[in-house]
Design a protein around this ligand. Structure first.
Ligand code: GLU
Length: 341
């Protein structure tokens, strides 16, 4: 009798958990099928072109294609290349912004940089001028270069090395392993980043960056050159999906209370000037980088990442966008698509 009651109770608990997680929680087989189907469907797609304004990026194999999805138990669902590293590029901006929020609170980002889409290119200088003219507070965000270089300048530390260590420790916590800089990419970008140096100086001239603008630009350039594979990126996305706690290592990397602010900026500005189109299609906060990676976050459910270097005109990986959208549709992950009860 007692055993029966315990069985009934555990069934009731399981049902409750399933219902509160959403009736459409998928089985491992369904997730695996969706990931593999996305890979098969788009592996032959020959659209887009590697970024070449940073010379080292033009040399990356355009056929590289890897997909990884990580759920609450840290299980990795994957297809394609999971080990080759590309430079994280703009995806790093998310995690430096998160670090600043962790050190100083989300208001520091909102007040000093802003949390609005600029509607302009990621390295627009005009957007800084317009924001300045509007006067009522910065109309930028930490995912475009002016805001991102400013966010890097806001990371607290005693020396440049100390600031760099704090950034790397934060990224490592999200990825669940020690990451390193791809030196060829760093050198290539450092040799050609005069526009970013100018942006850093302008942000200093206007008071957003308080000191050492060129140091901030150099550290920003280094953070963009950190090497990541598809699994690393999925782990970073999954840590955001689960309240700042890495589901693979179990480490709380940032406070859960900061995560909604990070995701909000990703939703408004994560895919350059095509952020609206992306949100319209998938409903998910995401971030792309010119190295060919895209991460997408399904809060409470999954971190998704795809690497494929050829980009469209807006600077977003063509295959990565399509593969993630395919998985989102297959597993019904758009959070705006709620069903009537
Ligand atoms: N390091 C790149 C830059 O500043 C990042 C651009 C990107 O990925 O969007 O130009």
């Amino acid at each position: 009798m007692k055993v029966k009651r315990i069985r009934f109770l555990s069934l009731a608990v399981t049902l409750f958990v399933a219902l509160t997680m959403g009736v459409c929680a998928q089985t491992s087989a369904e997730i695996d099928t969706a990931v593999k189907a996305a890979y098969e469907k788009f592996k032959g797609l020959q659209e887009g072109k590697n970024a070449d304004y940073i010379p080292a990026l033009a040399k990356v194999d355009p056929n590289l294609f890897g997909i990884a999805v990580i759920g609450p138990d840290g299980k990795v669902y994957a297809a394609g290349d999971l080990t080759t590293e590309v430079s994280i590029q703009s995806i790093s901006k998310v995690f430096t912004m998160a670090l600043v929020m962790q050190q100083q609170g989300p208001d520091a980002i909102a007040e000093n940089i802003g949390v609005d889409a600029t509607g302009m290119r990621f390295n627009s200088i005009v957007s800084v001028e317009i924001s300045k003219k509007l006067g009522g507070g910065p109309e930028m965000n930490a995912l475009v270069n002016p805001g991102a270089i400013t966010a890097t300048s806001m990371v607290q530390g005693t020396t440049a090395d100390d600031i760099w260590t704090k950034i790397m420790d934060c990224y490592d916590g999200f990825a669940g392993r020690r990451l390193t800089v791809l030196q060829d990419v760093y050198k290539s970008e450092a040799d050609t980043n005069q526009r970013n140096q100018a942006i850093g100086m302008l942000m200093y001239a206007y008071g957003y960056i308080k000191e050492n603008p060129l140091q901030a630009t150099d550290i920003y350039t280094r953070q963009c050159s950190v090497g990541v594979n598809a699994k690393d990126l999925a782990c970073m996305a999954a840590t955001l999906a689960f309240g700042g706690k890495n589901p693979v290592t179990g480490k709380q990397v940032i406070d859960a209370k900061n995560v909604p602010y990070v995701l909000a900026v990703m939703a408004t500005a994560g895919l350059y000037d095509d952020s609206g189109k992306w949100l319209y299609q998938t409903g998910l906060p995401a971030k792309s980088g010119v190295g060919g990676g895209i991460i997408a976050v399904v809060p409470g459910r999954f971190g998704i990442a795809v690497i494929s270097p050829p980009l469209d005109d807006a600077g977003n990986s063509v295959r990565a966008q399509k593969a993630i959208a395919h998985i989102v549709d297959a597993l019904k992950l758009n959070p705006y698509a709620s069903k009537p009860k």
